[in-house]
Ligand binder design. Structure first.
Ligand code: GDG
Length: 460
């Protein structure tokens, strides 16, 4: 069996329980082949030379973890500047937040070249390489330039936007050409795949070879939609663990007279948090029976704090929460609990389980794993209701959630009201179907389907 090599911006030790479902699933595949996981070490070296970085290799059981340090300049240009200042906003349809003029493309290219150079020294001839996400789009092209003939797959965790949005990126052609150095390019949803197909036809006069194979830029590539899932059993086990159970009991007692609504995400403008808070405010105005009763707990864990757009968002949210709590709150009831801290992963399922309603309302999201984790953590006998944005990749699969347009404040408030008042029978029936879906297409299914397709694909 060929060895699996996973490349992603950050590397997680699959042995650690805090690593999360993706790390566990990739770790499993890596363990099976005695694999290698390669990425950035997380260290930013003051005075380090651009395009250079020390390689660290350590062994975690049968898996090798190899990481590279980045210089201050490379981190600023590759990570903050291009990956998160250009690609993240544009791929989430936010041209208004993209900063095209920073010259960060050079650092982005340089770090991908650095990764390719370091990785080449560790590769065996028949390794299969799986590259993850927008930080590393040109990695296969850089590996090929160094002579790699490996089978290489790429998975994009975030959405691919429509052609004309993509075309706003000055280097769009270079980026999309780079995708053709992979053998297989995977997206989260059929919509992303459609955007890819439309782009390559319109901008690169691609030829369709059938079954999502495309020929353009003198190369062929296989594309596909592979919706990512969670490890349902691992999450169910966490739910019944001590920390989650303690959390559940404590919250149940604390909020015994309230109906709890819950939002959990990294603080990010793609997640639709201001719109969600406004919808909650409308719920309180339009359906006053929720006053003194409905409480929204919103966890917004710190993320990319060294970027200005994120600081602005935090201020906007704090001010919105302040206004809503000030206008509607009572001495013995605060409508919103806004928590800008990380909650321990082992406790999270307890929170999910105690909530009557989860609000997962991103403006755009590749998939959204919180929606799936919420379903996995519910008590099937008395499950909570998922209110889900139709603009999350997960909406394609989770049809029995209450699907909303997060830009429609009134409509979202109505859906929340419906969720709060849904009969037990309807909740059970919806939850049963949702659970079946996330079980059938879990993270192991995702990994196996992608890797099987990659093993069967050879592009030229
Ligand atoms: C990208 C794509 C795609 C959140 N707050 C806390 C916490 N979390 C955990 C959740 C969940 C994960 O973070 C978030 O995953 P999402 O899928 O919702 O979103 P992104 O981070 O934006 O991920 C996304 C994903 O990649 C996978 O392909 O679904 O569309 O944007 O697991 O539980 N975990 C802990 N404390 C928190 O406060 N421990």
């Amino acid at each position: 069996m060929s060895r699996l090599v996973v490349v992603s911006n950050r590397v997680a030790d699959p042995r650690k329980a805090t690593a999360g479902g993706l790390a566990v699933a990739l770790g499993e595949a890596l363990k099976a082949t005695g694999g290698l996981w390669f990425g950035w070490s997380g260290s930013i070296v003051e005075g380090g030379a651009p395009g250079e970085g020390e390689l660290h290799v350590q062994h975690a059981g049968s898996v090798t973890l190899a990481t590279v340090d980045l210089s201050v300049e490379d981190h600023a240009g590759y990570y903050l500047g291009y990956s998160n200042g250009v690609l993240w906003p544009v791929f989430h349809y936010r041209l208004d937040l993209a900063r095209f003029d920073g010259g960060h493309i050079n650092a982005y290219r340089r770090v991908n070249q650095l990764f390719a150079r370091k990785l080449m020294t560790l590769l065996k001839p028949d390794d299969i390489i799986w590259v993850h996400d927008y930080h590393l789009i040109p990695l296969a092209a850089e590996l090929r330039a160094l002579g790699s003939t490996h089978r290489i797959g790429f998975f994009l965790h975030i959405p691919l936007p429509p052609q004309l949005l993509l075309a706003a990126i000055p280097q769009h052609e270079w980026l999309m050409r780079a995708l053709f150095s992979y053998d297989l390019v995977g997206f989260q949803s059929e919509v992303d795949l459609l955007h890819f197909s439309h782009y390559v036809h319109a901008e690169a006069s691609a030829e369709s070879l059938g079954q999502n194979r495309f020929r353009a830029f003198d190369r062929t590539v296989q594309a596909g939609a592979f919706p990512i899932g969670i490890d349902v059993d691992e999450f169910a086990a966490l739910t019944h663990g001590k920390e989650a159970s303690d959390m559940y009991e404590r919250m149940k007692e604390e909020y015994s007279r309230r109906k709890l609504l819950l939002g959990v995400e990294r603080l990010d403008y793609s997640k639709g948090l201001p719109q969600r808070l406004r919808a909650f405010q409308t719920l309180l105005k339009k359906y006053p029976e929720n006053l003194r009763s409905a409480t929204l707990i919103q966890i917004a864990s710190p993320s990319r704090e060294d970027m200005g757009t994120y600081t602005d968002l935090l201020q906007e949210l704090e001010s919105l929460c302040g206004a809503i709590n000030g206008n509607f709150g009572e001495l013995d009831w605060m409508p919103i609990r806004f928590i800008h801290r990380n909650v321990a992963r082992r406790r999270l399922p307890g929170l999910y389980r105690v909530a009557r309603v989860a609000l997962v309302t991103p403006l755009r999201d590749g998939m959204n794993l919180v929606a799936k984790e919420f379903i996995a953590a519910q008590d099937p006998a008395d499950p909570g209701v998922l209110v889900l944005s139709r603009f999350a990749g997960a909406a394609d699969q989770l049809k029995e959630a209450l699907l909303v347009n997060p830009y429609d404040t009134d409509g979202t408030a109505d859906a929340i009201q419906r969720a709060l008042n849904m009969s037990l029978e309807e909740r059970q029936s919806r939850h049963q179907k949702l659970l079946k879906t996330i079980r059938e297409q879990d993270v192991h299914w995702w990994r196996q389907t992608f890797l099987k397709t990659l093993a069967e694909t050879r592009s030229a």
